[in-house]
Ligand binder design. Structure first.
Ligand code: HEM
Length: 531
């Protein structure tokens, strides 16, 4: 009897060359009853005799004359995601291969690109060019995709499901590659660091590299994990890097960038969200200390943060302070629609004594410190939102092509094609606008970004998150009931439908940002123009 090697999609532990028997379809057909049940999936022969009783989809479906002893590849992929077959407990059910047959479904190998039309942005699609991305960006993207597929994916799925904090083991890998530092964008904090094993030099690193990094980490249908992967640092650390005293900076920044200590931005309150100036947490001077009292709400990474960058009301305005976890600081998890891996918390300050040396920027001028952070935060959310949206388009393209209805693929229905047309148009519009804005960021100073781009970033963010929410609705209609369960075929759709609202709220709500964009434009209207 001929031998072969175990198929490429089998479990990691079985990448060894294990001889497999070959069978004919006629031989398989003889095993078609209870306790003696074989089927063929993707050219591999599975012995389901014992598994049938444990099958999550029930045993009776497996004993149907259309299934038992047959090649069930089409039926199987109509009901399960490919990764079911990759689970070690199921890949062990393989007992052989069909003689002379090849796999018809080839799983995407870690690091590779999707071949599904619109499954990747144009610059990564064969035959397309782009004025924005250089060879180095392409190399960096390959390295990031590999890292995301091999290190982040499993962790993201596990944390999203269990609601646990990202593990120290993965944080150490983020530190080794300096991904945490790169999440803060280009700048002096990257100097002297080896980025992604040397894939990009610190002085070459630009906003397109950061865009790639943000997008590659957002492809698993795990919105909570994206924020759990130290989203609090992305928004909480810049005020320290840009406004803390040299001593404070030297003490705090390195440990946070190494993933050894955690920081959260604590601005929003039950009383004030987008209207930052309405904050009610107070800081009152007492000699060399501030005494801080108040409660912050919806604080990302708050449950596990060691440090908090806090907006406080002071005598003549707002002052931003760095507060360390200690006496008088309490955090309590808030149950939210996304996974508690994000560590969303209430943070209470009860007569907390904060050294005056922990003041970030000038007293009473903390609003400027807080606002200077917003453009980067919003731009980061846009990257995440567009990347996750594209994955949904890819999922729908696949599902519409493989799901059979009345003997034809779902995509044969004009109403489904119309939805796909809307989804593709939205994601392409968002991607192209995002790339245009990113290019401007690469050519502008921080001050110019605040002056010229803040409004546009606000407009783009609300446009992208609205597009994302419409796409979530369309995708839910295309997937039907499967879009309503957090496991199975529609897993990513369910997560996106449940969590796409986060992109619409975090960093500024859609209505506020649209208005900001228009107000910024109106401010610049020349007084001497008329119709
Ligand atoms: C190696 C063979 C198989 C394995 C390991 C397997 C495994 C599973 C698993 C893990 C689920 C739970 C849902 C999920 O995680 O996606 C499931 C559901 C299901 N399976 Fe299978 N299965 C196999 C073969 C088949 C076959 C041949 C059929 C034939 C029709 C079938 C029909 C179903 C059905 C109807 C469901 C419920 C789907 C739903 O709720 O949407 N399975 N199977």
């Amino acid at each position: 009897m001929a031998t072969t090697t175990i198929p490429s999609h089998a479990s990691k532990s079985s990448t060894l060359r294990i001889p497999l028997k070959t069978f004919t379809l006629e031989e398989v057909a003889k095993h078609n009853k209870e306790l003696d049940l074989w089927v063929v999936i993707n050219s591999n022969v599975y012995d389901l005799s014992r598994f049938a009783l444990l099958h999550p989809g029930g045993k009776s479906v497996l004993f149907s004359p259309m299934i038992a002893g047959r090649d069930v590849t089409t039926a199987f992929f109509g009901l399960h995601r490919q990764d079911v077959l990759e689970r070690p407990q199921y890949s062990r059910l393989i007992i052989g291969k069909i003689h002379g047959e090849k796999e018809v479904v080839i799983p995407r190998t870690p690091g590779s690109l999707s071949a599904v039309p619109y499954g990747e942005p144009a610059w990564l699609s064969e035959g397309f060019t782009s004025p924005y991305y250089k060879d180095n960006h392409r190399f960096f993207q390959r390295k990031m995709r590999e890292f995301a597929d091999t290190v982040l994916r499993e962790e993201a799925l596990r944390c999203e499901d269990k609601g646990t904090r990202i593990s120290q083991e993965v944080l150490d890998k983020l530190n080794e590659t300096n991904i945490l530092a790169m999440r803060l964008g280009p700048g002096p904090h990257l100097h002297g660091k080896q980025l992604m094993g040397g894939a990009v030099q610190p002085n070459e690193f630009d906003y397109f590299h950061e865009l790639i990094l943000n997008m590659e980490g957002s492809r698993f249908g795990t919105r909570g994990f994206i924020d759990g992967m130290l989203g609090g640092m992305v928004i909480g650390l810049p005020p320290v890097m840009n406004h803390a005293s040299p001593e404070l900076k030297a003490r705090i920044v390195p440990e946070v960038l190494q993933g050894k200590k955690f920081i959260a931005l604590a601005i929003t309150e039950a009383f004030a969200g987008s209207d930052v100036s309405g904050l009610q947490t107070t800081a009152v001077r007492d000699g060399d200390f501030w005494i801080v009292n108040g409660t912050k709400k919806w604080i990302t990474n708050g449950t596990f943060a060691d440090y908090f960058t806090v907006g406080c009301k002071t005598e003549r305005g707002l002052t931003t302070l760095l507060i360390e976890r200690g006496q008088g600081v309490e955090t309590k998890p808030i149950k939210t629609a996304y996974s508690s891996t994000a560590g969303t918390a209430y943070v209470t300050f009860d007569n907390v004594r904060v050294p005056v040396g922990n003041t970030l920027g000038k007293v009473d001028q903390g609003l400027a410190v807080i606002l200077s952070n917003f453009n980067h935060e919003r731009w980061t959310i846009i990257c995440v939102c567009v990347s996750a949206q594209r994955v949904i388009v890819e999922e729908c393209m696949k599902w519409a092509s493989q799901r059979m209805i009345f003997g034809k693929p779902l995509s044969s229905q004009p109403v489904v094609r119309a939805k796909l047309g809307d989804m593709i148009s939205r994601v392409e519009a968002c991607q192209n606008w995002l790339e245009a804005v990113t290019d401007q960021m690469n050519h502008m100073s921080h001050r110019d970004v605040a002056d010229k781009l803040a409004g546009q970033i606000g407009l783009l963010k609300q446009f992208a998150s609205k597009a994302g929410r419409e796409t979530a609705e369309d995708a839910t209609q295309i997937f039907g009931g499967r879009a309503l369960t957090p496991s199975g075929m529609g897993r990513l759709i369910e997560n996106y439908h449940r969590t796409s609202g986060y992109d619409a709220i975090l960093g500024g709500t859609e209505d506020v940002l649209k208005d900001l964009g228009v107000r910024q434009a109106l401010k610049k209207m020349p007084s001497n123009v008329r119709l």
